[in-house]
Write a protein that binds this ligand. Structure first.
Ligand code: KIV
Ligand code: ZN
Length: 552
């Protein structure tokens, strides 16, 4: 087997890479309300997608904002061995901006789309079918010319599953003639049923399969996104558009882990077909995306849910002990859940920690390992046992540390049964120290109120708390508490605002709550500065980003 072929793909006749995995977590996934990521966080996710070995990373929609442009551009610049895609409407300005962002990519992949169903043409775009045809041909042609013959040019007919089939074929024909090399069939509103979707895909494959790669992009409004995607594969689609954890608009997109493990677990249903995905990287990818977006994975979610490999009933436990095949159709190790028996405690060494992290899908060395080691040993002093959950929570937190302009110097709080809580917080904000006292319904409310006043007096805004969530990272009374908050700036309207996710981790839940609020505020501050700079730069180079309506 060639060294480029991951060990997870094997077996007679299986052709690794014969199914192209197009990951759109950073574009469609990030459109999920409240899932906003900073440029740095998007780059972090892109690096994990490279480890996962997907074929295409759709990094964003460059024309939608200077931040999106920057993220796509940076990811295109640094990513090697994986194609980088940017989305564009068939509309003057969009494809040019996407091409500008993607030009530096080793493998640029321009993704242009236009709505094709009468409902969308009439009520959303207010154009005729002929106008849509012309626009599709024009902008596909532009992309081909601008990026050259080796680039991938993908054309999507938005709302394809509610589009008149003859018109859909005409659109695809126009796109292919203009230079499209991939034709995507989006089930934009998650309307299709597997047998009917498979049939539609089969028709497109029959007509265009010899001149273009046929792709599908399924939404999950009826809970059928994975089923539709796999039905499409059985009918000739060879690019599958998916998101980690099934993230995405509304009910989300087809989930990467379900589609990839479906193909891998049932090879006889997909003869000769295999993805290149390193399935052991699925759990780290799922955790990272969940952590950064603040979207928890439901416990019973297939493949990556906390209960996906848990066996509660005695009969099941007995079977699994005798032979895991009785109730497990894949091994936990194959999706990156640790099979290692190593436990970490006060007496563990750096090497043991490195091994353990490796078994959890994280490669940590050098100074990063030293810093992590110190933190883990401190935790081992505070609690009996450092669990896998503890370790992963610490690694993830370190991966997203942002430079501090807001520093915590101390806090104290008193609260009592039936009374109000009173707390004082001391912060250094851009170098100015503020010590503020406030009262509230409870200790967290009091400290958040004091923080608000401190930040407002220096920055002119305060965080507005949209969501607060606390969970124990592991079992036991001494478990670490992980707090996740969503915040936006008081000077922005909620529906328009950048929403930051803040995290805090501590065995003291008030400390974790304060840390989460401050990390969210820090991100808001950093993002405001970065966005202002990117907007100035975009204006200086002649781009005034218009407001883009939400995408499907
Ligand atoms: O759902 C959809 O139709 C899309 C397109 C832009 C591919 O996301
Ligand atoms: Zn979509």
């Amino acid at each position: 087997m060639s060294e480029n072929v991951p060990a997870n793909v094997s077996g007679p006749g299986i052709v690794p890479g014969s199914v192209r995995i197009f990951d759109t977590t950073l574009r469609d996934g990030e459109q999920a309300p409240g899932a906003g990521l900073t440029v740095a966080e998007k780059i972090e996710v892109a690096r994990q997608l490279v480890r996962l070995n997907v074929d295409v990373i759709e990094a964003g929609f460059p024309a939608s904002s200077p931040g999106e442009f920057e993220a796509v551009h940076q990811i295109a610049k640094e990513t090697r061995g994986v194609a980088v895609a940017g989305l564009a409407r068939c509309k003057d300005g969009d494809p040019q901006r996407a091409v500008e962002a993607l030009r530096v990519a080793e493998r640029p992949h321009l993704h242009v789309f236009i709505a094709s169903s009468d409902i969308h043409l009439k009520h959303k775009l207010r154009i005729s079918r002929d106008e849509a045809l012309l626009a599709a041909a024009k902008w596909v042609g532009y992309g081909r010319k601008a990026l050259g013959r080796d680039a991938e040019i993908e054309f999507s007919a938005e709302d394809a599953t509610r589009t008149d089939i003859d018109f859909l074929m005409k659109l695809y024909e126009a796109a292919v003639e203009a230079g499209a090399s991939t034709l995507n069939i989006p089930d934009t509103v998650g309307y299709a049923i597997p047998a009917e979707f498979g049939q539609l895909v089969g028709q497109v494959v029959e007509r265009f399969g010899s001149v273009a790669t046929i792709s599908v992009h399924c939404h999950n409004d009826l809970g059928l996104a994975t089923s539709n995607t796999l039905a499409a594969l059985q009918n000739g689609a060879r690019q599958l558009e998916v998101c980690v954890n099934g993230l995405g608009e509304r009910a989300g997109n087809a989930s990467l882990e379900e589609v990839v493990m479906g193909i891998k677990t049932r090879p006889t249903q997909f003869p000769n077909l295999a993805t290149r995905v390193v399935s052991e990287q699925i759990t780290p990818a799922s955790r990272l995306v969940s952590y950064l977006t603040g979207f928890a994975v439901q416990p019973n979610k297939a493949i990556v849910g906390g209960n996906a490999f848990a066996h509660e009933s005695g009969i099941h436990q007995d079977g699994v002990i005798k032979n895991p095949l009785t109730y497990e159709i894949m091994t936990p190790q194959s999706v990156g859940l640790s099979g290692s028996q190593l436990t970490i405690g006060k007496l563990s060494g750096r090497r043991g920690l490195r091994e353990k992290l490796h078994s959890l899908g994280h490669e940590v060395d050098g100074e990063a390992l030293d810093a992590l080691y110190a933190q883990v040993i401190a935790l081992a002093d505070a609690k009996k046992e450092v669990t896998d959950g503890d370790l992963l929570a610490i690694v993830e937190q370190r991966a997203t540390v942002v430079p501090n302009t807001i520093r915590l110097q101390g806090w104290s709080v008193t609260s009592s049964h039936g009374g109000r809580a009173t707390g004082t917080i001391t912060l250094s904000v851009t170098g100015e120290t503020r010590s503020i006292e406030a009262s509230g319904n409870g200790p967290v409310d009091a400290l958040y109120g004091a923080t608000d006043r401190a930040l407002e007096s220096v920055l002119g805004w305060r965080p507005i708390l949209d969501e607060y969530e606390i969970k124990a990272v592991s079992a036991g009374e001494d478990a670490q508490g992980q707090v996740v908050v969503r915040v936006h700036r008081s000077t922005e309207e909620r529906h328009d605002a950048f929403v930051a996710t803040g995290h805090g981790l501590s065995t003291d839940i008030i400390e974790a709550s304060v840390a989460a609020y401050l990390s969210g505020a820090e991100k808001l501050q950093q993002e405001a500065i970065a966005r202002a700079a990117m907007l100035d730069e975009a204006r200086a180079s002649g781009h005034t980003p218009e407001k883009v309506e939400r995408l499907p």
